[in-house]
Design a protein around this ligand. Structure first.
Ligand SMILES: [Zn+2]
Length: 423
């Protein structure tokens, strides 16, 4: 966190990470592209291949004087670690690396293989980062089966929310064309502001009814409207409008473009239109990996995570193209991109323990694992059911389940559950 790695700079962060991973016998490759640093580190070559994904770049700190402590001088105070990147997401990377150090220190043989995909281009344009690494991996047929992205996903307590998908995003600029002239002679001009009124109204009223259990409805927001030459007596020649659409995977980019362009044509305005900033949606349909992560969170914290698709885009969308099951789990997001960004020290330790537990559940033979996957799956489903009964009658936002015990009786398996509202 001392390194001021404002996107797309890495400032030596990946060197620190790769030095630690080399000691664990990871094979290190730099896959730099343009001025972006990308690190690919892999240990083993077997399936299943589990990859931990993150970014070393951070957003600018803004005015240092607004911070309680200098943004690039990591400071521990009140049980928290303060500094830019504390939550988004240098702490997650540190938690992932230390989890590996403990896990591989204990397990010299394991099932499958493990990798790190770290970029310095997530917070900015995300063109030369994870996208490039994934393309190179796909070119050489190096697949990823399971991908954990360490982005901050938690809402009120660590692990209460994991992401199993993200909406897609696209941006559009429309230039409404008119004819410049004197305000006193409107018949000699054509006012694009007046013409844009109907367009803005129709865009603002546009709704989609494509939401489901997983994704909310597609939404459109106008973000900028600019026109005028800065004086009171000139009718401007053009009006420029930008807007962004966040869409569910149910609605395709092509159909959204068609709808908006059809709307422009129906109003009968002269216009130019440009589409950019495409981010594809992703959704992990298979739930196996999400259930493992849910089990790891529950075992370490007692919290049962909500599976969500809310929020902005993430690099998970690039890895999803490989066919990997992508899930995101990281620290609380309440201070990200803000002044005084921080992470609770206990939360950081716990996060590392959860990442270590995920390694155990994924890479240790289920016959030697304390809780095999099938049992986690049954427990998670049962706990979801019980939670849905109990949560309405408790005043707590999170239900703590302190123990699940299995009692076998002949051919039947009975799961007994003890529930408490204490941690
Ligand atoms: Zn991030």
């Amino acid at each position: 966190m001392e390194k001021p790695s404002v996107s797309p700079r890495d400032e030596g962060c990946q060197k620190l990470i790769s030095d630690r991973l080399k000691r664990l016998d990871f094979t290190i490759e730099s896959m730099n592209s343009g001025d972006v640093s990308n690190l690919w580190a892999r240990k083993g070559s077997q399936s299943p291949h589990l990859s931990y994904v993150g970014h070393t770049d951070v957003v600018p700190a803004g005015h240092s004087s607004d911070w309680k402590y200098p943004p690039f001088t990591p400071t521990i105070a009140d049980g928290r670690l303060y500094g830019r990147g504390a939550a988004d997401m240098k702490a997650s990377i540190a938690a992932m690396v230390t989890a590996c150090e403990r896990f591989f220190g204990r397990h010299h043989s394991f099932n499958g293989s493990m990798s790190f995909l770290i970029t310095s281009d997530e917070e900015a344009v995300a063109i030369d980062g994870t996208r490039v690494v994934v393309d190179r991996l796909m070119q050489r047929s190096e697949g990823i089966d399971y991908c954990l992205v360490g982005e901050p996903t938690s809402d009120k307590v660590l692990g209460d929310t994991i992401k199993v998908g993200r909406r897609g995003s696209l941006t559009c600029k429309i230039i409404v064309k008119g004819k410049q002239g004197h305000v006193a002679y409107p018949h000699l001009a054509d006012n694009p502001i007046h013409r844009a009124g109907e367009l803005i109204e129709k865009l603002a009223r546009k709704t989609w009814n494509d939401g489901d259990d997983v994704f909310p409805n597609t939404t459109l927001q106008i973000s900028n409207v600019r026109s005028g030459v800065g004086v009171d007596n000139v009718i401007p020649g053009i009006l420029e409008l930008t807007m962004n659409i966040r869409h569910s995977p149910v609605t395709s980019v092509d159909s959204l473009i068609d709808e908006v362009e059809h709307l422009c044509q129906s109003i009968g305005i002269a216009y130019d239109i440009e589409w950019y900033g495409f981010s594809e949606p992703y959704y992990t349909v298979k739930t196996e990996f999400a259930e493992v992560i849910s089990a790891a969170v529950r075992q370490k914290t007692g919290v049962l995570p909500v599976m969500s698709t809310s929020g902005g885009t993430s690099d998970g969308r690039f890895v999803a193209k490989t066919g990997a099951q992508v899930v995101e789990l990281g620290p609380l997001k309440s201070t990200i991109h803000k002044v005084n960004e921080c992470i609770d020290i206990n939360e950081l330790d716990l996060l590392s323990e959860i990442y270590e537990k995920i390694l155990e559940l994924m890479l240790v033979n289920s016959s030697t694992s304390s809780t095999p996957l099938w049992k986690n799956k049954i427990q998670t489903n049962l706990l979801n059911l019980v939670t849905s009964f109990i949560q309405p009658i408790t005043n707590r936002g999170v239900l703590y389940l302190n123990q699940v015990r299995e009692v076998r009786s002949g051919a039947l398996t009975v799961l007994g559950i003890w529930i408490s509202d204490q941690v």
